[in-house]
Ligand binder design. Structure first.
Ligand SMILES: C[S@@+](CC[C@H](N)C(=O)[O-])C[C@H]1O[C@@H](n2cnc3c(N)ncnc32)[C@H](O)[C@@H]1O
Length: 217
């Protein structure tokens, strides 16, 4: 099992996680410094890209933020004018504790999204930034998200390009569309980090992600 402490709670560790325990350990160490350290230093753009794409696609409410972490996506959604309730789900109680302090979410649920998620089917919008990436969650979670969506719900999920084909997000989404589970599938490729990242972490500074937009049928 992989473990880590504050000194190695970094992107390289995060993208190589191999177990749920390793994930919880990493985010326990990272939660407090995540916003002011990682997100600020790397000029982390992904939550803003997801929020903008969600709004441009027409949005929906209430919104569930998948792998909400410290709540950066909620901050972007509110900054872009998203109204109505925002709920959070995340595996890490430590990350959710940071999010709770911001007072942006109506509810915060601790759950593993690779398992059926113990929330009602009540969402008109389902969003996520940074959770579908290397060492994190694969496309096996998508049916669990769909189970919480109202008919017509708008999805906006980031998927890091490192795992887009490697973990089969492309084929999983095509299959969901072919089976009539989703419609209006659209992909927008974005930069994960801004120009400041190059001075901090050259191996990840140029990371790109798909923002995957679709509606539940
Ligand atoms: C890179 S952080 C992204 C957090 C936030 N969305 C953002 O963009 O800053 C990934 C988050 O996914 C969560 N996560 C990882 N695996 C998970 C799982 N199986 N179920 C639920 N959350 C998970 C982690 O706890 C962490 O908070």
């Amino acid at each position: 099992m992989q473990t880590c402490d504050m000194s190695d709670a970094d992107l390289t560790t995060a993208l190589a996680l191999t177990s749920p325990d390793a994930c919880l350990s990493l985010y326990r160490a990272w939660a407090e410094s995540y916003d002011a350290g990682f997100a600020k230093d790397m000029e982390y753009l992904l939550p803003a890209h997801v929020a903008a794409a969600f709004g441009a696609a027409g949005g929906g409410t209430p919104v569930l933020d998948i792998g909400a972490g410290t709540g950066l996506l909620a901050e972007s959604l509110r900054a872009m004018g998203q109204e109505g309730p925002l709920d959070a789900v995340d595996f890490s109680a430590d990350m959710l504790a940071q999010a709770a302090r911001k007072g942006l979410y109506r509810t915060l649920a601790q759950a593993d999204i690779t398992q059926p998620i113990p929330l009602p089917r009540q969402y008109g919008g389902i969003v996520s930034s940074g959770t579908f990436t290397a060492g994190h969650v694969g496309p096996e979670a998508l049916p669990n998200l769909l189970a919480l969506a109202l008919p017509g719900a708008q999805f906006a999920l980031s998927v890091n390009m490192r795992v887009w084909k490697a973990r089969g997000f492309d084929t999983a989404l095509d299959a969901m569309r072919a089976q009539g589970q989703i419609t209006a599938l659209q992909l927008i490729e974005v930069e994960v980090y801004g120009s400041a990242a190059a001075a901090i972490d050259q191996s990840h500074a140029n990371d790109r992600a798909q923002v995957v937009l679709f509606r539940a049928v």
